[in-house]
Design a protein around this ligand. Structure first.
Ligand SMILES: [Zn+2]
Length: 448
């Protein structure tokens, strides 16, 4: 205060012009000090609150109620391996790993790669070959094959009935693009045969390609097991769509329908306009899978991330599942109908259960407190198979849930799941008509 009084006394002794000049300058300086752009006002008006971070919260969020980084179970860990039956061995030996995805609203190219755990490096290389890959329209169909290492070998986008974009890997990390125009004419071709030895070899002998056989085996996976139930003497007839250019057959088309006689049992399936197979009445051949392995929803403590990097070492440490922060003892429910293939202990996974659903899907449930099922047991969708826990390498009680599609971990929270929905109501009349005709033609093919 003394300084202020002294300053006021000095100010009073100054000549008038000086006093006016000093007052003007002081006012300007004061105004400049107080003035702030209006955009800052909002921040400064809200009071600041100091929040203490407890030491446990300073860990990376992804490490809580999860697994320590670097302590994840490899997808190909022998403890998780499911012995393949003969048909599976034949299919994986001969048919490449085919995947399909129909673009839904909100889908992006990066999102699709993420869902299926495909390498982003492959995506960037494809975009380099042809950047229009990024423009995907609702309803366009993506199809791709992956090699043993999960790299994309080729990918196609069916843009419309006339154009399809193809990307093919030519050298390591390089793709070639070409756009194919449907020039030919699609004509149905009928193939028929009788099972002698395995279904797989008999179907090959009848003229079906490995990919077509795989399509049928997959479409019927919940209804008929071609590996265990096919018998010598069974008869089959198939309609495949074949492309002809100038009367010459080129390429191989899709399977349109199948009639299979297994003893007295008759199995018929036909493909509807949406590309899915249905039975004669238009019922789904699928059994559904649920999105969540618990009755209640729990916080996701660590999401699926095939590209997760260790923050210190920088090494990629994929998180192949979704972690839910479930308290110990939470009932774990089977995602779908299936067979328990593993229920045992693992140094990293703790107590874990593996369920096989048809031929395409496998689910894994890790760090369990207690297992309620045994290998070989058949389980229903929603059945209690375990109680969640904190066993193995775990940073807190949680359930690590994995969905494996065709041997590759996929994002269980995002990937389209098989539904048991019938033919869409708008297509059902047309479908019924085509299916009845198809069945008659195939019956004739078998009796002739
Ligand atoms: Zn996890």
């Amino acid at each position: 205060m003394r300084a202020v009084r002294e300053a006021a006394a000095v100010f009073g002794q100054l000549p008038r012009p000086h006093r006016i000049g000093l007052a003007v300058c002081s006012t300007l300086v004061l105004a400049a000090t107080l003035w702030q752009p209006s955009s800052y006002l909002g921040h400064d008006l809200s009071p600041r609150v100091e929040v203490g971070i407890p030491s446990s919260g300073r860990e990376l969020l992804s490490e809580r109620n999860s697994e320590p980084l670097g302590a994840v179970v490899e997808n190909n860990d022998p403890a998780f391996a499911i012995p393949a039956d003969e048909l599976e061995q034949q299919l994986t030996q001969n048919a490449q790993r085919n995947h399909r995805h129909t673009i839904a609203s909100g889908d992006t190219l990066g999102g699709v790669f993420g869902q299926y755990g495909l390498p982003l490096a492959d995506m960037y290389q494809m975009l380099e070959a042809e950047p229009s890959l990024q423009r995907l329209g609702v309803g366009q169909r993506l199809a791709w094959t992956v090699d043993q290492d999960g790299r994309v070998e080729n990918l196609s986008v069916r843009r419309n009935a006339k154009f399809t974009d193809h990307y093919e890997r030519v050298a390591d990390g390089e793709y070639r693009h070409h756009r194919a125009e449907e020039a030919g004419e699609l004509k149905p071709v009928r193939l028929s045969g009788r099972v002698s030895g395995s279904f797989y070899n008999s179907a090959l002998a009848a003229g079906l390609t490995p990919n077509q056989i795989q399509e049928l085996v997959q479409a019927l996976q919940w209804r008929f097991d071609f590996g265990r139930q096919a018998r010598r003497g069974d008869q089959f007839a198939v309609t495949v769509e074949q492309e002809f250019i100038d009367g010459r057959a080129v390429g191989r088309g899709e399977v349109k329908s199948l009639l299979y006689l297994n003893g007295n049992r008759e199995i018929f399936v036909s493909r509807a306009q949406n590309g899915q197979f249905y039975d004669e009445e238009g019922n789904s051949l699928n059994r559904a899978l649920r999105r969540y392995p618990t009755a209640q929803r729990f916080r996701i403590s660590s999401p699926f991330n095939p590209h997760r990097k260790h923050p210190i070492t920088g090494r990629v440490s994929p998180h192949n599942g979704t972690d839910f922060a479930t308290p110990i003892g939470t009932p774990v429910l089977s995602a779908g109908d299936g067979v328990v293939v593993k229920a045992q202990k693992h140094p990293l996974a703790g107590n874990y259960v593996v369920v096989k659903h048809g031929r395409e899907y496998v689910t894994r449930y890790l760090h369990l407190h207690r297992m309620l099922v045994k290998p070989g047991e058949h389980v229903k969708m929603g059945q209690r198979i375990a109680l969640s826990g904190n066993t193995g390498r775990s940073t807190g009680p949680h359930l690590h849930y994995e969905l494996i599609k065709k041997n590759r971990p996929v994002d269980a929270m995002k990937v389209p799941l098989p539904k048991a929905a019938p033919v869409p109501s708008g297509d059902i009349v047309e479908y019924g008509k085509i299916a009845r005709e198809e069945k008659q033609v195939l019956q004739q093919a078998l009796s002739s």
